[in-house]
Every structure is written in C-alpha cells, then in structure tokens.
Design a protein around this ligand. Structure first.
Ligand SMILES: NC(=O)c1ccc[n+]([C@@H]2O[C@H](COP(=O)([O-])OP(=O)(O)OC[C@H]3O[C@@H](n4cnc5c(N)ncnc54)[C@H](OP(=O)(O)O)[C@@H]3O)[C@@H](O)[C@H]2O)c1
Length: 259
C-alpha cells in the first residue's frame, strides 16, 4: 500500500478512531473537551492504535450514543466508502438497480443497507460464509459468487468490493445498462469502461468527510443503520491481530480496545 498510503516507518497504524476529546488545538471551537467523537484519520499521519491520537478537528463528528464508544470505530472508513461508492460516484437514486459484488463484507454490509434505504433494488453477490450477512443487510437478491454472475435486467450501477480478477471485473460491465456506472474499490486494477455504450468505470479512493460521517452516525443513532462487530481485541494484542489479517483469517470487523 506504499502507493496510495506512503507512510514512513516506524508508523502507528489505525485509520478509524473513536474516543473522548482530551484537549483542543488553537482555534477549534466546534467540538469541546469531553465530547465523544469518531473520525477517519488522514492516511499518512500517525494512526489510532494508541491511547492518545491527534486528529484534525474537521474530520471528527459526534459518535452515535446507542453503541459503546469503542464500537463506533467500526464504521467510519467502511461506511464512508459505501456512501461515496453509491451516491458520490454511483449517483444512485430511488427505483434504480444496483449490483454489489462482495456484499457480505464490511463495506458491503453498509452498501446494501444504504442502497435499500435509498429505495434501490439491491442485488448482492456473496459466498457461503457471507450469504446470511448480505440477506440480513436487506438485499433483494443474493447471488452466489461461486457461479457465473448474471442478472435478468441490466443494472444502473455495479459496486465492486471483491478481489476478483481483471477479467471478472470486465465481465461485470456487461451487466450494466447503457450509460450506467461501475465503481471499483479494488483500485490495484483499473475500473473498466465501455465507451461505446457510455458505461463509465470509476476508481474510488475514499476520503474523510465529516458531514457524510455525521449523516451515517445519525442513521446509526436511529437504528436505521446497523454496525456489525465480529470481535474486540486488546491493543496489546495488535501484532497478533495483524498476523490474523495477513493470513486472511479475520472473522469480520474488529475493534481494538485499550483494555
Ligand atoms: N479504494 C478505497 O478507498 C477503499 C476503501 C475501503 C475499502 N477498499 C477495498 O474494498 C474492498 C472491500 O472492503 P471490505 O472491508 O468490505 O472487505 P471484506 O470485508 O474483506 O469483504 C470482501 C468481500 O468480498 C467477497 N469476495 C471474495 N471473493 C469474491 C469474489 N470472487 N466475488 C465476489 N465476492 C467475493 C468476500 O466474501 P466471502 O467472505 O463470502 O468470501 C467478502 O465478503 C477491499 O478490497 C478493500 O481493500 C478500498
């Protein structure tokens, strides 16, 4: 990840943060000491895997009150990715059809919920271990990604969240109506387009946005949006957690807690 995230070692990892404001920088007046906040930190700075974190005030928003503060760290990056894929880039509107490839994962869970809430018809792809999650998130149809992916009527938008091959990604373009869009998050391969049919491929690079984060937090606060957490791990066990991630053995979204 040195391309998109050119960090200098030694580096403190952790892009999502939830915590209580301990001190303010000069000129910060929109938040106060004692506020409980969440944020998606700048990718190149020191991260959140620490007892104290320095965060730009403008990326923070109030944490939802209806879940433990540490658990609120589970949604900023993945929630913003889902939001920006569907609405900033995908321009999804009520009544449209969206195919979410890799819907059973962390981003996918939010993408399915947000697309349903926006009034779209949601087709999800998932494997055996994630089908139940995609269904629980509210997908109208769940297709097994182990078989050839096909749809009865072309979709307006494809959001790719899965580590597919470039050939599999190109095949998804054929499922999109003329003038539709493919948004790709697996940016190590470029998003394919079909210029003859006006189908546009867009590479998504998630960005911090406190207004969007506040909207997501509000939806979580009302129960409209659910936060799923697979495990909570102590900060002292971070090396083992990274080894688990590198081995592809993470059970889902993991929250790192101080004790
Ligand atoms: N560009 C950006 O700014 C940005 C931001 C955030 C995330 N991302 C990327 O977006 C992707 C999704 O993130 P995430 O956190 O949701 O990852 P995740 O939790 O690992 O989810 C990935 C999902 O893909 C599914 N999958 C695996 N192989 C598949 C295939 N051949 N066809 C269809 N689905 C398949 C998996 O299903 P099973 O569990 O059933 O195998 C899993 O549910 C990751 O690649 C991540 O790096 C990019």
């Amino acid at each position: 990840m040195q391309g998109p995230i050119p960090v200098v070692l030694p580096h403190t990892p952790g892009l999502d943060v939830a915590g209580t404001v301990d001190a303010l920088g000069d000129g910060v007046d929109e938040i106060a000491v004692g506020d409980q906040v969440v944020g998606f930190l700048p990718m190149t700075g020191a991260g959140a895997s620490a007892e104290y974190v320095i965060a730009p005030a403008e990326i923070l928003t109030g944490a939802p009150r209806n879940l433990p503060l540490a658990d609120a760290a589970a949604f900023p990056l993945v929630g913003l990715t889902a939001w920006q894929a569907l609405f900033d880039h995908g321009k999804l509107t009520a009544g449209q059809r969206v195919l979410i490839n890799g819907a059973g994962g962390a981003v996918g869970g939010y993408a399915v919920q947000l697309a349903k809430e926006a009034g779209a018809h949601v087709i999800a792809t998932a494997g055996p271990r994630s089908t139940a999650r995609a269904e629980a998130a509210g997908a109208d149809e769940v297709l097994d990604y182990g078989s050839a992916i096909d749809v009865t009527t072309p979709v307006d938008l494809v959001v790719n969240l899965a580590p597919v091959t470039p050939e599999q990604l190109a095949a998804l373009v054929t499922l999109i109506r003329d003038g539709g869009t493919l948004v790709n998050t697996t940016v190590w391969m470029p998003a394919p387009s079909d210029e003859a049919r006006g189908v546009r491929g867009i590479n998504l690079f998630v960005r911090s946005d406190a207004d969007q984060l506040a909207d997501l937090a509000a939806r979580i606060g009302t129960g409209e949006l659910r936060v799923e957490i697979a495990q909570r791990v102590a900060l002292a066990d971070l090396p083992a957690l990274h080894a688990q991630a590198a081995a592809g053995e993470l059970p889902g979204k993991t929250v790192v807690v101080l004790s």
